[in-house]
Ligand binder design. Structure first.
Ligand code: MG
Length: 306
């Protein structure tokens, strides 16, 4: 039976932000070079920076410099994560036009991360959305721990969709579900996406981690339900803050490699992306978990021995 798949998807590259935030610090000029190189691969969306407090996340302390230093390629959209209203003001002052705000579906995780209740975070989100819209910018909510919390374990699907519903009520332009802990499996992806039909035409994106090896299987399950927006990180940059040494985000080149072979267009030049993955590996100073970076595309030939 042939798979029913969308003709094309939109990949958001999150390596420069989500990836590098979970790696040892990288020099500002190297971040700029990484983003500029990604801009030349055919990727159309790049999460570039995070305007968090430098004391909280030193890796992102140079967000304004990075933002100012990158060459904004035509046709590529760059986004910034903001943790609160102060971060949103900084991002908008720097000229960002696409903001993202993370709210955890788990009360315990949200409190541990931002020392606020989910309700307080939603109230803050309302203010950030209003400010973004005043400036002609968009604001997306990323509902994190959507498939489970490191402290509470599995969360009811209804508590995840409740956060997304409330975010829609305060006017967010799009929703992403984040598998922060790598706990998603295909059947759990189907459950949550099916329960999110209330989003209607609001874009739904999915952010998978490959912590337990289910990242691309989760993508395939979501594709069959018509989801066309996915986050991924070049080389698989980043990690899992709750499982030291474990892999984090799915690798962009693995995603592109699988999708293009299935006839799902990504717009990305895989060979160009692999060059950037090699660069990401140099910047991270460690072997990144991407299988396609190690082995090359499936059609890469091996010289005959002898
Ligand atoms: Mg991530």
């Amino acid at each position: 039976m042939p798979l029913e798949l969308p003709e094309a998807v939109s990949i958001r590259e999150v390596g420069p932000r989500d990836g590098l935030q979970n790696e040892p610090p990288v020099a500002t000029e190297d971040k700029i070079a990484l983003i500029d190189a990604l801009s030349r691969t055919g990727l159309r969306r790049i999460e570039a920076v995070s305007f968090v407090h430098p004391k909280a996340v030193p890796q992102m302390g140079d967000a304004a410099e990075v933002w100012a230093g990158i060459t904004k390629a035509p046709g590529v959209r760059y986004s910034a994560l903001v943790p609160n209203l102060v971060g949103a003001r900084r991002a908008l002052a720097a000229g960002c036009t696409e903001l993202e705000v993370v709210i955890s579906a788990s009360e315990t995780h949200n409190r541990a991360n931002v020392n606020r209740t989910v309700e307080e975070s939603l109230a803050d989100l309302a203010r950030i959305v209003a400010l973004a819209h005043e400036h002609g910018a968009t604001c997306e909510v990323v509902v994190s721990t959507a498939w489970g919390c490191p402290y509470e374990g599995d969360l009811p699907v209804a508590s995840v969709t409740a956060v997304a519903r409330r975010a829609l009520e305060v006017g967010v332009d799009s929703v992403v579900y984040g598998d922060t802990t790598g706990m998603a499996t295909p059947r759990r992806v189907v459950e949550l996406v099916e329960a999110s039909r209330f989003l209607d035409d609001r874009p739904l994106g999915l952010h998978f981690h490959d912590t337990r090896g289910t990242g691309l299987a989760n993508v395939l399950a979501a594709l069959q339900l018509g989801v066309t927006r996915f986050d991924a990180s070049v080389g698989g940059l980043g990690g899992c803050p709750y499982a030291p040494g474990a892999s984090g985000n799915i690798a962009t080149e693995e995603l592109v490699h699988m999708l293009e072979d299935m006839g799902v267009a990504t717009g990305v030049d895989l060979e160009a992306l692999l060059q950037v993955a090699a660069m990401a590996e140099r910047l991270a100073g460690r072997t990144l978990p991407s299988g396609v970076l190690r082995a090359g595309p499936r059609t890469r030939l091996t010289p005959l021995p002898g």
